[in-house]
Design a protein around this ligand. Structure first.
Ligand code: NIG
Ligand code: FE
Length: 420
């Protein structure tokens, strides 16, 4: 199957050789070909160039005229909790009235609230509910997504979540990576002896998840009021033993030591990072770990922002992800995430696009195949509506600007924007 897109106003994020990620000053480099064409063949990016060298309309190919439109690599959303049961708008009201995320959690709300809802729902219902959101993010331009478990908090419901993630992987054109997050919160019955729950995660859940080969990565919420550095280390070691690479929820609520733990264990990413100081930046330098910011969550919870500018100016890379979840970020709109990053974290549009594509791909261990327009990479792109510039994408923060989506070299039509 051939698709030839011609007269593209701007082909954005073009690479001759696949970089693993972009860091520091390179984050503001975004190679764009004006007046371009792009040839997708058998699911991969076959070739591209300027219209001056257009090969001509190929016989048998699907020809798309993209006059006035931009073509970008699909977003790589490296941190989501998109598989969940029900929503939590009542806590949203509590937050508006002044309760903090931690206070809501202490009252048995928050993650434990979603956990209760998840225990009750069948696997099929969970799949149906999640697919509404999956279709939504596809229509918004996401092509690869990482999805975490972590609302089951016991062996069977955690497996239920991970099996749903597997079904999403098998039945949609998205590239999906699965993360086991049994250590997302401590269930009420283990409050008195948290180590018992950690033992359960290590001795029962991780082997069961590994036996069904349900997770690529292992995650822990390493933060004040959740899991300690020592507990995190024990869980990471058990996950690593079963072939799962770490990704950590770190430093969202305090200087938790989560960032340093992540770099020590060669985590693929450490995520949130609102509490990042000099020591944390030092730990991240020369590490293999991608610092990942989730501006949707800090916006929604009304929290302090991470020092993104300082991090980039120190030479670090940054990835952006949506954190799509019912408690701290009920949106998977990566374009909005880029707008928040530009407005609140002072990223330039070029930096935001790199963070949401190639660097997000690295945070999912797929930057060899995703995250840029590069020959041989997977043909995951979207075509915008007619817009004046690529900067217009984060600038027009409330406008829907995706016109067509192509995943694995196929035009994804008929994605209905279901009501949630
Ligand atoms: O990434 N910080 C921890 N976990 C999620 C929130 C999950 C929830 O509140 O349901 C997060 O923000
Ligand atoms: Fe999260």
């Amino acid at each position: 199957m051939d698709i030839l897109i011609r007269n593209i106003k701007g082909l954005v994020q073009v690479e001759d050789e696949a970089l693993k990620y972009k860091a520091g000053a390179a984050m503001s480099e975004l190679r764009t070909i004006s007046n371009a064409w792009l040839h997708l063949k058998d699911g991969i990016i076959f070739s591209f160039g300027e219209m001056d060298n257009y090969p001509g309309d190929l016989e048998g190919a699907e020809i798309i005229d993209a006059e006035g439109r931009f073509v970008l690599p699909s977003y790589c959303d490296s941190h989501t909790h998109i598989v969940y049961a029900g929503s939590r708008e009542m806590e949203y009201k509590d937050k508006i009235r002044g309760l903090s995320y931690e206070e809501i959690a202490k009252r048995g709300g928050g993650i434990l609230n979603s956990s209760k809802l998840l225990q009750k729902i069948t696997e099929d219902e969970l799949f149906e509910q999640s697919m509404v959101r999956i279709n939504e993010i596809i229509s918004l331009g996401t092509g690869a997504v990482e999805i975490k478990s972590g609302y089951g908090l016991a062996r069977e419901p955690e497996l239920k979540m991970l099996r749903v993630i597997k079904r999403i992987k098998e039945s949609t054109p998205l590239t999906v990576k699965a993360t086991f997050l049994g250590a997302h919160a401590v269930p009420a019955e283990y409050r008195k002896d948290q180590s018992e729950y950690v033992d359960l995660v290590i001795n029962e859940m991780i082997p069961a998840v590994a036996a069904e080969n349900l997770a690529d990565f292992i995650d822990v919420f390493c933060d004040k009021g959740f899991f300690t550095v020592e507990e995190t280390e024990r869980i990471l070691m058990a996950g690593i033993k079963h072939g799962m690479r770490p990704k950590i929820h770190a430093n969202e609520l305090a200087y938790s030591g989560g960032i340093q733990t992540g770099t020590r264990y060669e985590a693929l990413s450490v995520d949130h990072l609102e509490f990042t100081g000099k020591d944390e930046i030092e730990a991240l330098k020369n590490s293999k770990t991608m610092p990942t910011l989730l501006p949707g969550a800090s916006f929604f919870l009304g929290m302090a922002d991470p020092p993104a500018r300082r991090m980039i100016d120190s030479g670090l890379p940054l990835a952006l992800a949506s954190d799509y979840n019912p408690g701290s970020s009920p949106s998977g709109d990566m374009k909005l995430v880029m707008s928040l990053a530009c407005i609140k974290l002072r990223l330039l549009p070029e930096e935001a696009i790199n963070a949401a594509t190639i660097n997000g791909a690295y945070a999912m261990d797929i930057s060899d195949t995703h995250g840029s327009i590069c020959k041989g990479k997977v043909a995951n792109v979207y075509i915008t509506k007619k817009i004046p510039s690529f900067e217009f994408l984060p600038y027009a923060y409330g406008s829907k600007l995706v016109d067509r989506v192509i995943l694995n070299g196929y035009i994804v039509d008929g994605i209905i924007e279901n009501e949630i």
